[in-house]
Design a protein around this ligand. Structure first.
Ligand SMILES: C[S@@+](CC[C@H](N)C(=O)[O-])C[C@H]1O[C@@H](n2cnc3c(N)ncnc32)[C@H](O)[C@@H]1O
Length: 271
């Protein structure tokens, strides 16, 4: 596993800088103000004023700092040292207080942060695909949440991840739906957000986790599912034939609708 994670970390260290300086994430505009999180997520998460929020896989902190702009006390975690140092830099530049920790998600434990200390644990859009397993992940979420606190995720739907993302016209099954320990491996010299910039660290490993695996690991860790919503749009250009409208990528009119994204909220029992 370590070998896969190390390869991914190298790639994400490079992507952190490329994304920070590229157009997709539009850091220039973010510096001037505004919230990088969609209205849908803001509405589903609810009021975060004075809430302690832990953001898993925070990249260079744009979403984390958006939650801070909405009133939360935020901590972001990412395994990329470049992402974390850019997040700290951005927080300083815009004068918003935040804590950023460098840690692999699988290595977050009692030594990193105190237990029962967060009202909200948040993660989103292209996060869990990079994690080899979700049992320890769910246990760690439950460990950090206060009783009565909740976990929220907005993520690419695993059902959609099985289709060939290079097919220009329609859905062809290319990847297995069910969670498996062996990763999918790819060699790409670009990323969803790198524009024309060529990436040197081309190798990456990922894991598709089926919806049952995600939900049941959260339940087994002691969380109670509040909702599971499925949407026929997603936050990135998952397939070449999707059409962008108001920040979401949709299927063209003539296509049968399938879920491209899900959101889930789950509460830690005990209150
Ligand atoms: C697609 S980005 C997250 C996107 C985020 N929602 C955003 O748009 O800013 C995935 C993040 O996960 C981090 N990551 C990948 N594997 C990880 C791991 N095993 N532990 C911790 N962070 C990891 C990467 O460094 C990257 O910042």
């Amino acid at each position: 596993m370590k070998e896969y994670i190390d390869v991914n970390r190298k790639r994400w260290d490079e992507l952190a800088d490329v994304h920070f300086n590229g157009e997709f994430y539009n850091v220039k505009k973010f510096r001037e103000g505004g919230i990088a999180i969609s209205d849908l997520e803001v509405k589903e998460v609810g009021d975060v004023t004075n809430k302690k929020l832990l953001h898993l896989q925070c990249h260079f902190g744009k979403d984390t700092l958006s939650w801070a702009r909405l009133g939360a006390q935020v901590t972001g975690v990412d395994f990329s040292s470049r992402a974390v140092s850019l997040a700290r830099q951005l927080s300083k530049e815009i004068g918003i207080e935040a804590t950023f920790l460098q840690s692999e998600i699988g290595k977050l434990d009692k030594t990193n942060l105190p237990s029962n200390s967060f009202d909200i644990v948040f993660t989103s859009h292209g996060a869990i695909y990079w994690l080899p397993e979700l049992k320890k992940w769910a246990e760690m979420i439950a460990y950090y949440l206060k009783p009565g606190g909740f976990f929220y995720i907005a993520e690419g739907h695993p059902m959609a991840l099985i289709f060939d993302d290079e097919n220009e016209t329609d859905f062809r099954v290319r990847y297995p739906y069910f969670h498996q320990d062996n990763p999918l491996d790819f060699d790409y010299d670009s990323s969803y957000a790198s524009g024309d910039v060529k990436i040197k660290n081309t190798k990456e490993y990922g894991w598709i986790h089926d919806l049952g695996y995600i939900v049941n690991n959260l339940i087994d860790a002691g969380l109670q599912i509040d909702f599971l919503h499925e949407y026929p749009f997603v936050s990135w250009e998952m397939f070449p034939f999707l059409k962008e409208k108001e920040g979401w990528w949709h299927l063209p009119e003539e296509y049968q609708k399938i879920p491209l994204m899900f959101t889930l909220k789950a509460t830690k029992k005990g209150l």
